[in-house]
Design a protein around this ligand. Structure first.
Ligand code: F6R
Ligand code: MN
Length: 183
């Protein structure tokens, strides 16, 4: 009999097979509106990290991946710390996100560049439809953490967002998070 070594407990994913990817401010060139300010800030600042479990090889049809993302509180100018954001490489793959800790906003954009947002908080559940770019911003003073489950063959298309960005950005306007249209 083998000992089970994979746990999702108290909002944390644990086990020998769990991997971590950390994203620092230096990795987010061109992501925030105020790039001049971003380069002046501490480049070694951790903005977010993802603990994830891949039971099958990336690209495996029918497989599922599971992850927990933690976004630190903070801003670049008026813009909240957030994930890079992406479409899936295989466009007809959806995903579930759910809030675990802290408060934030899930920002969704379809192929027509129409943006909408959903508030994230502990217990909130979010379905990300296929062919929809997704990004999360931390609007609170605590770490925002959320779970995610997605198809193992979904992949990532970061390029589209790198080139064109999201059509709206989430900014702190006098203490109130507001989606500000960019085009
Ligand atoms: C997987 C997924 C999440 C994100 C994570 C970091 O499809 O959506 O696990 O990868 O929240 O965000 P990105 O990948 O946009 O840097
Ligand atoms: Mn995704």
């Amino acid at each position: 009999m083998s000992t089970h070594d994979l746990f999702f407990m108290n909002g944390r994913l644990e086990g020998a097979a769990v991997k971590r990817k950390t994203t620092y401010l230096k990795d987010l060139s061109g992501v925030f509106k105020d790039e001049n300010l971003r380069v002046k800030m501490s480049q070694e600042l951790v903005i977010y990290d993802v603990d994830f479990y891949q039971p099958v090889e990336p690209g495996t049809q029918g497989g599922l991946f599971f992850g927990v993302t933690r976004i630190q509180p903070g801003q670049v100018g008026e813009e909240y710390f957030m994930t890079r954001g992406h479409f899936h490489a295989i466009v007809d793959r959806g995903e579930f996100y759910w809030g675990i800790n802290g408060t934030g906003m899930l920002i969704l954009m379809d192929r027509n560049r129409k943006v909408r947002s959903e508030e994230m908080k502990p217990g909130s559940l979010h379905y990300i439809p296929a062919d929809t770019a997704h990004r999360v911003a931390n609007t609170g003073n605590d770490v925002l953490s959320f779970g995610a489950c997605w198809p193992a063959d979904a992949g990532y298309d970061y390029e589209e967002i790198k080139i064109h960005g999201f059509a709206a950005r989430l900014m702190n306007k006098n203490g109130v998070p507001q989606l500000i249209n960019q085009e």
